[in-house]
Design a protein around this ligand. Structure first.
Ligand SMILES: [Zn+2]
Length: 360
């Protein structure tokens, strides 16, 4: 649709004007539900790292994000959550994306499906879950449903309004289906944590976690669309199976936005070459993706722009229960990403304030 958007901190009017020149795209700002770092900063660094990553990703169109923890010793995880809390309590990040809470990725995951997570997994006991909720900052969690105590933990999280992510798991399809059903039965929200990564594959006789997640009519599906973590056909499969519920995420690490070279993830050395981040043992680390690139990858994979935009804004916002953003609608936050015809970012507005000082 061609039209005009007027806004202050919130959107005042979205007016169709068929005669308006169609030289730029104005999309709802991107919402990243899974991002560890960027621009040299990492969630585990504390407030300074959170501010750095929020600014880096805002320059690439992300207007809301959840700084994401990694599987570390428990006191370090709690300290990172306190750091996110501190940034939010201080009013957020000037010139950066809005911080809508934290994503706790691990340590409640399978020691047999760590991916790039360090081996500091623990079981989700009621005491630890209570400690997490007491921080008041966690809006999404990733856990492995086969762990003892996982169902109880998932229900407690779901009832507290935390999105329950299934990932880093060796569960069979039945276990995943049962956990999703339990979460949805109490009105909770669920998501695949980076669908297809750190969870095995789909076979006819053994659908595994991805099969169970895609077959569920309510689960959202995080996909790291850097075309390294996931094949474009797998992405299209997710889109076909879960229309309106695919959530593009970066899973970005501190090296995002810094180009090729040495970096680190969770205390482990990482090498970034040609946009591919690997640990010393060769396994894929997080990504160096930004969501503007994910948008272009989605469109290049054959998804029309309006649907791709939904994967970056409306779907992730809905997956988190955020009703004040994610769409271009009067009364919502003025979170906007403005792109040229080739989908390069021209300007980004967070609650009506421009992020780029000198848009080129
Ligand atoms: Zn991650």
């Amino acid at each position: 649709m061609s039209g005009e958007v007027s806004f202050g901190p919130t959107l005042e009017a979205v007016t169709p004007r068929p005669e308006a020149p169609a030289d730029v795209f104005i999309l709802p700002g991107f919402v990243d539900t899974h991002v560890h770092g960027g621009g040299g900063g990492d969630t585990m660094d504390g407030p300074a790292g959170v501010r750095t990553l929020a600014r880096l990703h805002a320059r690439h169109g992300t207007t809301t994000l959840l700084p994401t923890t990694i599987t570390h010793p428990w006191d370090r995880v709690l300290a990172a959550l306190a750091g996110v809390r501190e940034v939010m309590d201080a009013g957020g990040v000037a010139g950066g994306a809005d911080i809508a809470g934290a994503h706790l990725e691990g340590p409640f995951i399978s020691p047999g499906r760590l991916g790039a997570q360090p081996p500091n997994t623990v079981l989700p006991t009621p005491d630890l879950v209570a400690e997490v909720l007491a921080t008041g900052v966690v809006r999404a969690v990733t856990l492995a449903p086969e762990l003892p105590g996982a169902t109880g933990a998932a229900l407690t999280f779901a009832q507290a309004g935390v999105r329950v992510g299934i990932g880093h798991t060796r569960a069979d399809a039945e276990t995943v289906t049962a956990l999703l059903g339990a979460v949805h039965a109490v009105g909770g929200r669920s998501c695949a944590t980076h669908l297809f990564n750190a969870m095995g594959g789909i076979e006819g006789r053994d659908p595994g976690p991805p099969g169970a997640l895609l077959a569920d009519p309510h689960a959202y599906q995080e996909v790291i669309l850097d075309l390294i973590h996931v094949h474009p056909t797998s992405f299209r499969l997710a889109h076909a199976a879960a229309p309106g519920r695919v959530v593009l995420v970066t899973d970005a690490m501190r090296a995002a936005g810094l180009g090729d070279g040495p970096s680190e993830l969770g205390g482990q050395p990482v090498t970034v070459q040609d946009g591919r981040a690997t640990l010393e043992n060769g396994s894929l680390a997080g990504s160096v993706l930004t969501l503007d690139v994910a948008l272009r990858n989605a469109v290049q994979s054959g998804v029309p722009l309006p649907e791709a935009s939904r994967m970056l804004s409306a779907a992730p916002a809905a997956s988190l229960g955020l009703t004040d953003r994610g769409r271009l609608e009067a009364g919502l936050r003025a979170d906007l990403t403005v792109l040229d015809r080739e989908l390069n970012v021209l300007q980004v507005y967070v609650a009506g304030l421009p992020v780029l000082e000198d848009p080129s």
